[in-house]
Design a protein around this ligand. Structure first.
Ligand SMILES: [Mg+2]
Length: 329
């Protein structure tokens, strides 16, 4: 089992750089073969992850926020390589949805003693996404949140961004097709999610299941600023789903056409588009998750015997001798 850790030192406004020595010390103390590569700019995590997958690393670990996880996932998709996560970003919704701790030592422990689950992954605009895509209002909020607000972290960044966007946002007209169902509306937001939370813990799709082959879709009709502001706290609890202007759907394939170009975020990274086509790849990404997570029903990956190809990957058991030691501790 060889690990490649891809660390984003700017994640979490600098928290990423502080966890690198912690991760190095932990993995060295377990006697595991590993390498660490530090990214300097956008796109590098995808390139490094791709190179690692081609060089035969068994696990590629994204040490960063959801943006880093997204990049690493895009680099390893289709290679059979396992994704690991050490969350240290501004938004860590993917990791927190999977029982992976924000504490770097605990996250490292999950890497060596967690389980591998095969999770769904979404595809849109020729990219994969692991957690969610927010179109419209929340895309605009993410665009605002990505600007530097040095003293704030986590959900506070998003809330401040949201208050700014509230004052200026105008809902676009959208035509949405969810598998065989078509809807037209002035949409405040459309969130297409794999993970139940986004934006640093907002429970946008509380019923989302990450390996069921279906997107969870939250569609909110146009709302005024005061109305949005009033209902906002409900998104943190997930009770917004009961509002008359909110509808939840499940679908495998989604098309969205907007009457104008709208900002959207993909795992927190902002772009914009007026036409979108989403597809889900069921259980296409093996990920190391917390042993106590509800998706952890597959065998712990320390357990496969030689020749076991349960993960669909030749050579998964290479170097498992060292895992006997791991299990024994
Ligand atoms: Mg799902």
């Amino acid at each position: 089992m060889r690990f490649m850790v891809i660390a984003n030192p700017r994640a979490g406004r600098g928290r990423g750089s502080k966890i690198i020595p912690v991760v190095r010390e932990f993995l060295a103390s377990w006697g595991l073969p590993f390498d660490i590569r530090v990214t300097e700019g956008p796109g590098e995590a995808t390139r490094y992850a791709h190179e690692a997958a081609l060089s035969g690393y068994d696990v590629v670990v994204a040490a960063g926020g959801d943006g880093t996880v997204n990049e690493v996932a895009n680099g390893i998709m289709g290679k059979g390589t396992i994704l690991g996560v050490i969350p240290c970003g501004t938004g860590n919704d993917f990791a927190l949805s999977l029982g992976i701790s924000k504490d770097p030592v605990r996250a490292c422990r999950t890497l060596v003693a967690g389980c591998v689950a095969r999770l769904d992954i979404g595809r849109v605009l020729d990219r994969y996404f692991v957690s969610s895509v927010g179109v419209g209002f929340d895309g605009t909020v993410a665009k605002e949140a990505n600007r530097s607000i040095p003293v704030l972290r986590g959900a506070a960044v998003y809330v401040l961004a949201l208050l700014k966007v509230l004052l200026t946002y105008a809902a676009p007209r959208m035509r949405i097709r969810l598998d065989h169902k078509s809807i037209s509306l002035d949409a405040q937001l459309v969130a297409i999610t794999n993970a139940p939370t986004y934006g640093g813990g907002m429970r946008i799709a509380p019923e989302a299941i990450m390996d069921d082959g279906m997107f969870e879709v939250c569609i909110m009709e146009r709302m005024g600023s005061l109305e949005t502001l009033y209902h906002l706290p409900k998104v943190f609890k997930g009770t917004h789903v009961r509002l008359p202007k909110v509808k939840m759907y499940r679908a495998k394939e989604i098309w969205i056409e907007s009457d104008r170009t709208v900002p959207l975020h993909m795992d927190g990274e902002v772009t914009e588009a007026s036409a979108l086509h989403f597809e889900i790849r069921n259980q296409a990404l093996p990920v190391i998750i917390g042993r106590r997570d509800r998706l952890a029903r597959q065998a712990p990956y320390a357990a496969p015997t030689a020749g076991d190809d349960a993960l669909g990957r030749q050579g998964i058991s290479v170097g498992l001798a060292s895992f006997g030691k791991v299990e024994g501790r």
